[in-house]
Design a binder for this molecule. Structure first.
Ligand code: FES
Length: 319
């Protein structure tokens, strides 16, 4: 019999039940978002042993401190678990809000913390409702933390950001995390970056970082959207490509027509246009399905597994 102990209550785990599911069944409210081990909203802590899958994506220090993801934790022995202390959260002040298209909000935050473009933060509305967002800016160069927030029809957090969050308000953030970032050791490698939807946030940050650090090899950036009106930052990216000849910017739409965009399935298109990726560094940001399909094609085209950085995120999950 495997049990989970939380706040002096003990719950017996049912077969194939995660720690998150067991705690929810017991009436506990545990923060969560993707429920797929991607966003880290369900981070908990234990002194016991958890399977490796429950710590996938966490850094070494987090693993050593017993942090784990409750949604991906199917323990083989009983555990006593707790939520991380709220004092690990940062305070940030909303500096600006700007719509990048009809559904994507650029949220600019002032926070006393360092980060690298492409890392992500969890943005909290309250103790239970937090969502992960990738960072499109640089802490030293830009000074402010910039997030791209796609409005989901039933998204509690995205709707709150779009409609209620005011400039000047203070919000809570989990510390920046993640390794989807530019590495100066890749300065000689061609870069291929494919961003679907708001996957453009980390990619935009990474490209600007690469250019600021003098990346000379070719940079191919594909921004993929369902249809032309979903594309955003087109003018900024086109201008950047004019300024830096090593940068090629390709807007891609899956359906419809647009004289200045490529049309078609992103994975097919990349496979066709980049048949030989040996020696390239590849960044893939979008939904898990898109990222997985692209990863397969890039690997088959010769990209080294270690040179493919992925940042999958779940959209439209918010209940
Ligand atoms: S809810 Fe567990 S990682 Fe997202």
């Amino acid at each position: 019999m495997i049990e989970v102990e939380y706040q002096q209550a003990r719950l017996q785990l049912q077969p194939n039940e995660s720690v998150l599911e067991a705690l929810e069944r017991g009436g506990h409210k545990i923060p969560n978002s993707c429920r797929k081990g991607l966003c880290h909203a369900c981070l908990m802590q234990t002194g016991g042993a958890v399977p490796a899958a429950a710590q996938q994506g966490l850094n070494e220090s987090q693993c050593q401190q017993g942090y784990f993801l409750a949604c991906s934790c199917y323990p083989r022995e009983s555990l006593s678990v707790s939520l991380p202390a709220r004092d690990s959260l940062l305070q940030a002040v909303v500096q600006n809000k700007r719509m990048l298209n009809q559904t994507v909000l650029e949220l600019t935050l002032q926070a006393a913390v360092r980060w690298q473009p492409g890392q992500n933060v969890l943005l909290w509305k309250n103790t239970l409702l937090g969502r992960p967002y990738s960072i499109a800016s640089h802490s030293l160069r830009d000074g402010c933390l910039v997030l791209h927030i796609l409005l989901h029809r039933h998204g509690q957090l995205s709707r709150w950001c779009h409609e209620q969050l005011q400039v000047g308000a203070t919000v809570a953030l989990s510390p920046p995390d993640g390794n989807c970032t530019y590495d100066i050791q890749d300065a000689q490698k061609p870069l291929l970056l494919v961003a679907a939807s708001t996957g453009l946030a980390p990619v935009y940050g990474i490209v600007q970082e690469a250019l600021a650090r003098g990346h000379r090899a070719a940079i191919d950036l594909y921004a993929v959207a369902e249809q032309a009106e979903d594309l955003y930052l087109r003018a900024e990216l086109a201008q950047l490509a004019q300024q830096y000849p090593q940068l090629n910017y390709y807007p891609v739409i899956q359906r419809g027509a647009d004289a200045t965009a490529l049309v078609g399935d992103a994975a097919d298109l990349i496979a066709r246009r980049h048949p030989a990726l040996r020696g390239s560094k590849v960044y893939l940001c979008g939904t898990p399905q898109v990222v997985e399909a692209l990863h397969k094609r890039c690997f088959l085209a010769g990209a080294n597994r270690a040179d493919i950085v992925t940042d999958p995120f779940v959209t439209g999950h918010e209940p």
